[in-house]
Design a protein around this ligand. Structure first.
Ligand SMILES: Nc1nc2c(ncn2[C@@H]2O[C@H](COP(=O)(O)OP(=O)(O)O)[C@@H](O)[C@H]2O)c(=O)[nH]1
Ligand SMILES: [Mg+2]
Length: 355
């Protein structure tokens, strides 16, 4: 699919370090890209706090408005969560048809695209509706406070009432589906490919290089295996060559997201639930020590919540080239450092179990 163009609105607190801010913005760019949105320009403003009315101040917003059409942009992404009021005002100001997406909504889009099973999709949709319901409620309050023409307000309120009714109904249906699907799914899982081939999941933060490592591992695909086995693979799952006649299934994910809003946590779990069915986890951490420590702590807490603390793990540190360390567990997907060592470790960890 062709990428859609997007602007990103960013606000930097005056006391926030440039470095931290930039890495946050980089992550947002990466997240947008993963759902086919291409950030063509980043608008930045800094100060004590964002404008409560329009996030960036009205001068900046006017400037952006004028540029939107000429740049043929279809999305405007805010790097943080927008309040109902900010959201409503931006919708009013920007040309109609422009999608305004805040951080929470972008994450929902990603989770939707990454939930691999029906159950996962239902859980994400449920979380999203619950989020939007609070926003609709908030936004009618915001509307009555700011006033506005009686006629238009009436229409807006009516539409909101409909949205709310639809969503409330859908939430109920989703909850029922989730219950039902759970049982059917346990059965299906037993018959799945995973019983034939060992399953491996890549775990780690967005941008540490999970997909790059997966691609490096996949470069070596000697030997043959009957493709009918793999006809039903989900798009993010690939067959991984270990040694002649031995394969595993390896699954990529969007991964952990820094400062994930609490209310998105359940939905996030739904996107990584295949971890539960894995025989081995490859935990990919930053090469930077401080970041790696923090990442590992949160990953371990999350694994505990999924009841997966006891899974076999190989912990690696990617981007070895940046810290000039060539000793495993340091690896580099970019410069092909220790990728074959990793393959051997995988073989040792699961090679004797199945297939
Ligand atoms: N310097 C360096 N950059 C890397 C390495 N591996 C990946 N990257 C870069 O890091 C960014 C994120 O990589 P990606 O594989 O998409 O990360 P993911 O979000 O964890 O899947 C990309 O710009 C990669 O080119 C590495 O070993 N060294
Ligand atoms: Mg990736």
């Amino acid at each position: 699919m062709k990428n859609q163009k997007a602007y990103m609105l960013t606000f930097r607190m005056i006391k926030e370090s440039r470095e931290k801010f930039d890495s946050f913005v980089d992550e947002m760019k990466e997240l947008a890209y993963s759902v086919d949105l291409e950030i063509v320009e980043i608008f930045e403003q800094s100060g004590m706090s964002p404008s409560p009315k329009t996030y960036l101040n009205s001068g900046k917003i006017q400037e952006i408005k004028e540029r939107i059409i000429e740049d043929n942009v279809s999305y405007v992404i805010a790097m943080e969560e927008l309040s109902p009021l900010q959201y409503k005002n931006l919708i009013d100001i920007f040309p109609s048809g422009i999608e305004i997406v805040d951080r929470a909504e972008l994450i929902f889009m990603i989770f939707n695209a990454n939930a691999k099973t029906n159950l996962g999709k239902y859980k994400v949709e449920l979380a999203q509706f619950q989020y939007e319901l609070t926003r609709i409620t908030g936004s009618s309050k915001a509307l009555s406070k700011t006033g506005g023409g009686i006629g238009t307000r009436g229409l807006g309120e009516q539409k909101k009432e409909l949205d709310k009714r639809y969503m409330t109904k859908r939430v109920k249906v989703l909850k029922e589906k989730i219950d039902k699907d759970f049982k059917a799914r346990e059965q299906r899982r037993k018959n799945r490919l995973s019983s034939k081939f060992p399953m491996i999941s890549l775990v780690g933060y967005t941008n540490v290089g999970k997909t790059s490592i997966l691609n490096s591992l996949l470069k070596k695909d000697a030997g043959k295996v009957e493709n009918k086995y793999f006809a039903t693979l989900e798009p993010q799952t690939k067959k991984l060559f270990l040694e002649y006649g031995k394969y595993a299934l390896i699954s990529d994910s969007v991964g952990f997201i820094s400062q994930l809003p609490d209310k998105l946590f359940e939905a996030f779990l739904a996107t990584i639930e295949e971890i539960k069915f894995s025989d081995l986890l490859i935990v990919v951490l930053s090469s930077d020590q401080e970041q790696a420590d923090l990442q590992l702590k949160i990953i371990n807490n999350t694994l505990e919540k999924l009841d997966c603390s006891d899974k076999k793990k190989i912990i690696i540190r990617n981007k070895a080239d940046l810290v000039d360390n060539r000793e495993f567990p340091y690896v580099s997907a970019k410069e092909n450092i220790n990728i074959d060592v990793l393959r051997n470790k995988i073989k040792e960890a699961i090679g004797t179990e199945k297939s």
